[in-house]
Design a protein around this ligand. Sequence first.
Ligand code: HEC
Length: 129
Amino acid sequence: MKKMISSALIIGLLSPMIVCAADSASAAYSVHIRSLAASCAACHGTHGNAVSTSNHGDSTPALAGVSKADIIAKLQAFKSGERSATVMHRHAKGLTADEITALAEHFSMQVPYNPVILEPQRLRADHAN
Ligand code: HEC
């Protein structure tokens, strides 16, 4: 009986530590997913809000607010080669199924907005040559 009580006590004392360990593991995973998502920003814009400019014609598609299922389906199609692409087949091949799901969730939750299109910087006449 004494042994049972002390086991219960140990479990009771340890369980918050186990919960903390699980929390920090998921926090690390979330940092990992946010880092991956940041790598998409170079082409898909900040938080998935792609900038469309006349210079680039039809720019890279926006991801912000697109449904999770839609993003998963598209990334899996790039990964399997079912959908041809200029660059996305390469990116998608480097992602695991879990990462695809988490990225899709991340971008589906971003608020879509029309990003400000920056004017190209003009060269001063004395810098032109
Ligand atoms: C080097 C630029 C570049 C990067 C970085 C990039 N993408 Fe893309 N993405 C594209 C282009 C270009 C397309 C259009 C398909 C193609 O030609 O590859 C596209 C298409 C997509 C599509 C399909 C959108 C649609 O509506 O058809 C999804 C989803 C997507 N990308 C997700 C991502 C995610 C998630 C990341 C980051 C892990 C990422 N992309 C990183 C350039 C990029």
